[in-house]
Design a protein. Structure first.
Length: 94
């Protein structure tokens, strides 16, 4: 990674730790969250670093969605491959 992006990378991980969720997947980082991070942390982020954080976040969210999709596909495949047990026979004599 180019040295000029290491600060943005570290800031992304700080922001990532406070990310919200909609119950199904992580929410994207917003400019308001980045602004609050800058204000509260005292860090100074240049415009290219803010853009880098948004690009990193987009890649992260896409990777998370791909992982969730693969997990669902694996779960569905496992369900389809399960062998159905034979029905139990009644031992009662009638």
């Amino acid at each position: 990674m180019p040295e000029e992006f290491t600060f943005a990378w570290g800031s992304f991980f700080d922001l990532q730790a406070t990310r919200g969720s909609n119950g199904f997947s992580p929410n994207p980082l917003t400019y308001l969250e980045i602004e609050a991070y800058i204000r509260l942390s005292g860090r100074v982020l240049l415009p290219y670093e803010i853009r880098a954080i948004k690009v990193i976040d987009s890649a992260f969210l896409n990777a998370q969605a791909d992982l969730a999709k693969a997990a669902r596909a694996a779960k569905d495949a496992a369900k389809k491959s399960e062998v159905m047990p034979a029905p139990k026979r009644s031992t009662r004599r009638g």
